[in-house]
Design a protein around this ligand. Sequence first.
Ligand code: AGP
Length: 614
Amino acid sequence: MCGIVGYVGARSAQDVVIDGLRRMEYRGYDSAGIALVHDGRLASRKRAGKLGNLEKAISEEPLPASELGLGHTRWATHGAPNDVNAHPHLGATGRVALVHNGIIENFADLRARLEADDHVLISETDSEVAAHLLELQVESGVDLTVAMQRVCQQLEGAFTLVAIDAQDPDRVVAARRNSPLVVGIGEGENFLGSDVAAFIEHTREALELGQDQVVTITRDGVSVTAFDGSPAEGRRFHVDWDLSAAEKDGHDWFMRKEIFEQPRAVADSLLGRRTRSGQLQLDEMRLSDQELRDIDKIIIIAAGTSFYAGMVAKYAIEHWCRIPVEVELSSEFRYRDPILDYSTLVVAISQSGETADTLQAIRHARTQRSKVLAICNTNGSTIPRESDAVIYTHAGPEIGVASTKGFLTQLIACYLLALYLAQVKGTRYGDEITQVMEQLEAMPAHIETVLAGSEAIYDLAREHVGTRSFLFLGRHAGYPVALEGALKLKELAYLHAEGFAAGELKHGPIALVEDGLPVLCVVPPEGRDQLHDKMISGIQEVRARGARTICLAEEGDTSIEPYADVLIRLPRVPVLLQPLVAVVPLQLFACELASAMGHDVDQPRNLAKSVTVE
Ligand code: AGP
């Protein structure tokens, strides 16, 4: 997720772009850059780090006056967060500048073709490939709009592209597929932005673009086509949000916005994971297939929500790969004198990549000659830098302290790791792996289905204002979901909430159950050994003692109905993948209850987004 601004009009393009980037820094802050058209040439600056670094570079070497330009704040996906990988990227002759948000899945093939034609690409990014392709088209004699149409027909994946041509001082051209882009409509000026925060201080008249569309803005107007050049239309709307709401896409909290971003985040985390031949490929796998085949034990280390992602991973890896998996709290790991050697793979899961407990744990593992693989959402952070291999999640910046899209994309990365290991070790056939990948690729739609039922969950949450204690029950892969649901309530509503393995209740915790106690139950899909029936037994046990059972069960499961005081329906998905849909109602419940209690949902008391102390 990145922040993009484009402008053409009578104002200083530099001022409009920099101000727009500042209001979108929450979309990415690994680097920032700007490009302007002046006297038939491009003037560009870009720097790693926050926007202030770019502003300092401009103050040291000012840019020429210009009324047309673009800018970008980056959240790194492909390529480390440094100056070279920062956007804008230029074409071979420096005539075209381009910024990009998203993932171009076929960039490696396109890059190889460009390099075979003696193009020299200096960055590690997929975006620079698009800049070279675009300039090739412009140099062939077509205008920037036609050039963009032609390039978009070559690209696969999710992308928002915005570009300018040094020899065309009157237009900025953009395109989108599965990635956000809106037009700000002014008088004698027009704007482009990843969201309305880019231009809201200048205009509240906006145009939302549809899928696979190219838009051209000039001082005099806006025109929209499809990728094939045929006329198309966007959707006009008036922005009535204030700036704060604009940054949250109209939501009241970043956390709520991030809950609703999960379909996109999951889809983006699955992009580019398969080669043309259907083989799985991971971001930075610096471990050979043989090293992976030699792995005979996996230890997953993480903290908090990431630890619960690791618990789900255990079920998946052991089932698909038949490798024993231990899941360990980072803060406990190195003090128990763990048994590690070169055939142990330590998997560190961390959204921030800076959690001190996890960082110290992987450092300990490496002293024991173990290989370390990081699953991380923050490109270039310490934990992936100190690991042998990395799977990056593509959730974009997670601003809310309580992790939501970070968790779901960690699950995706864990499933990908399990499938990749199964592919390397041959414990699953290619068609079995393909089948699971197709099930994963259907998940964004399933998550959307759950999100469509959010109002009922909000009503349920508000009913519980004043309730002081909650239990969460789950079995198998639903057990970590119960733990995560309890954690969300603890950290947001500051309430007593405990997650249990449902089978553990009778060994003590059931003494907690009293009249009216809400118990949220994650019910496994039917028809898979006795998990479902055993779960119902546990639900009967708590109901018999007065509990109010709030059951999350798949569509069509009628046998749960007599035992559910409240029934939240989930899409039918395979048992191992059910956490991807089951956790969403629990996120919504905790978010709404905390909000109804008047708490700061994005920055709960006593908590930090990244715990960089042990
Ligand atoms: C999640 O809601 C919490 N904010 C917290 O448990 C978090 O998951 C934990 O601190 C680990 O952070 P990391 O993923 O950045 O390592």
